[in-house]
Design a protein around this ligand. Structure first.
Ligand code: UDP
Length: 439
């Protein structure tokens, strides 16, 4: 069952594909949208990405790559808004999306692919007007997040839960990152299993690759990445990459480091802990907060705080690191984990969500149940003390990362798109759940 798809309307209301990932609301979803759009366009599928304009000077249409346009829709003030403020601008945003399509012949887009529930709400209205299928990716789910809140984290509001339920019920196809997410869509949101497809995100294997082909055999980082970053050749470098937010739990890494130094003070001479990324959209866990924690723990001298970096520069960090640590409380997939492994750097991560797919426990890294810094300290200490184990994981890391590539993601998405267009043509979707909610 394959049907030619020529044009896709992708919707990302709350964050633009032009934003730098690793700060604010920009992260893995932005990377996903950009990588998929570029590859779809390379296969002859034009992609228009609709996002909310946050700056008056921004042109209404920007070419991101050949065949990929970013359409900046004016809705609400020209400034970054907290996600909780966006629902009130959805009506204006949706009418902007509808206006953009109205400038073309009817049937301009073959389908909508919306990302995150706010975009799904806009897509829900657009799908009805255009008579095209709606494919939706949740990226994160309020019910899952609320079940794994970090201390002091604000629960996701009921408004989001209801909005997600509406989007699930009105989508022709849902795309889950992992089998677990697919099950959660069915069990927690009542999705029809026949309308849920599991499609792994990918990694750009041409950007993220080891510095040396045999990197896994090298006990220490001896290449130019360390030189460029000013890191000593014999340092033991631990890396955290991502937005600074309680859910990602960078504090667990800092506490683990304090524990390692208490157990073995001689490590202080060679330990470097790098944190690359900026504050998350909520801004409630700013790098200054982590810097204060480092001071409290007495580990400021081993810390390096780095601003968010473009992916080409991130490779230096992944290559220079001995281990990347991803202690998140909840993670829908964890692109950082796969990027690190693609560079030959094993990952120590929490055994949650998509990280259980992104990291092969004992093969490409180590998964830890819970968030006890003592457990993290023990594993990180062991990887430092056992070069044989470390080299095995480093080799396994590259192998495991090669199971994920954006081309495979796009192959699978095109199947989902074709299926949605075909099914949409013979079986219009409007489940009773939506009828009830909207009644
Ligand atoms: N990222 C980046 N620069 C940074 C920090 C992060 O480009 O300084 C990118 C990183 O390469 C990854 C994404 O942001 O592709 C984060 O994705 P992940 O799935 O790990 O986390 P999310 O942001 O989706 O929670």
């Amino acid at each position: 069952m394959s049907r030619r798809i020529s044009r896709v309307a992708t919707v990302s209301v709350h964050t633009s594909p032009l934003d730098q990932p690793g700060t604010g609301d920009a992260g893995g979803m932005n990377v996903y949208i950009v990588e998929v759009a570029k590859r779809l366009a390379a296969r002859g599928v034009e992609v228009d990405i609709f996002t909310r304009s946050t700056c008056r000077a921004m042109p209404p249409v920007v070419e991101l790559a050949p065949g990929v346009l970013v359409r900046n829709v004016v809705a609400g003030p020209f400034e970054e808004l907290d996600k909780t403020e966006l629902p009130r601008h959805l009506c204006g945003f949706t009418s902007g999306v509808l206006r953009a399509e109205a400038a073309h012949e009817p049937g301009h887009y073959d389908l909508l692919h919306t990302h995150y529930w706010l975009s799904g709400q806009a897509g829900w209205a657009a799908k009805k007007r255009w008579g095209v299928p709606l494919v939706h990716s949740m990226h994160t789910m309020a019910k899952v997040k609320n079940a794994a809140l970090a201390d002091g984290d604000r629960p996701e509001p009921a408004e989001r839960v209801l909005g997600e339920e509406q989007v699930v019920a009105s989508s022709d196809q849902l795309v889950a990152n992992t089998g677990e997410e697919a099950r959660q869509l069915v069990d927690l949101y009542g999705a029809d299993p026949a309308r849920v497809a599991t499609v792994s995100p990918g990694v750009d294997l041409s950007t993220f690759r080891p510095e040396f082909p045999l990197r896994g055999l090298l006990p220490h980082r001896t290449g130019p990445a360390r030189r460029r970053l000013g890191l000593p050749r014999d340092a033991y470098v631990l890396l955290f990459v991502g937005r600074i937010q309680p859910l990602k739990a960078p504090d667990v890494l800092l506490r683990a480091v304090a524990r390692m130094l208490a157990d073995d003070p001689s490590l202080r001479r060679k330990l470097v802990v790098a944190v690359v990324g900026g504050p998350s959209g909520s801004g409630r866990c700013r790098p200054e907060g982590l810097q204060n924690l480092a001071a409290e723990l007495g580990i400021t001298d081993v810390m390096r705080f780095e601003p968010p970096s473009p992916q080409a520069e991130l490779t230096d960090w992944y290559r220079a690191a001995d281990v990347t640590v991803v202690p998140s409380h909840s993670e829908s997939f964890g692109l950082v984990a796969v990027e690190s492994q693609a560079c030959g750097t094993p990952v120590v991560a929490s055994r949650v969500g998509g990280l259980r797919t992104a990291v092969a426990d004992g093969e490409s890294g180590v998964l830890i149940s819970g968030h006890d810094p003592v457990d993290y300290a023990a594993v990180l200490g062991r990887l430092h003390a056992e070069p044989g184990l470390y080299a095995r994981l480093a080799r396994g890391a590259v192998r495991h990362a090669h199971r994920f590539g954006w081309d495979a993601t796009v192959d699978a998405l095109l199947d989902v798109y074709s299926g949605a267009v075909y099914t949409g043509a013979v079986l219009p979707v409007e489940s009773p759940a939506v009828a009830e909610v909207t009644a």
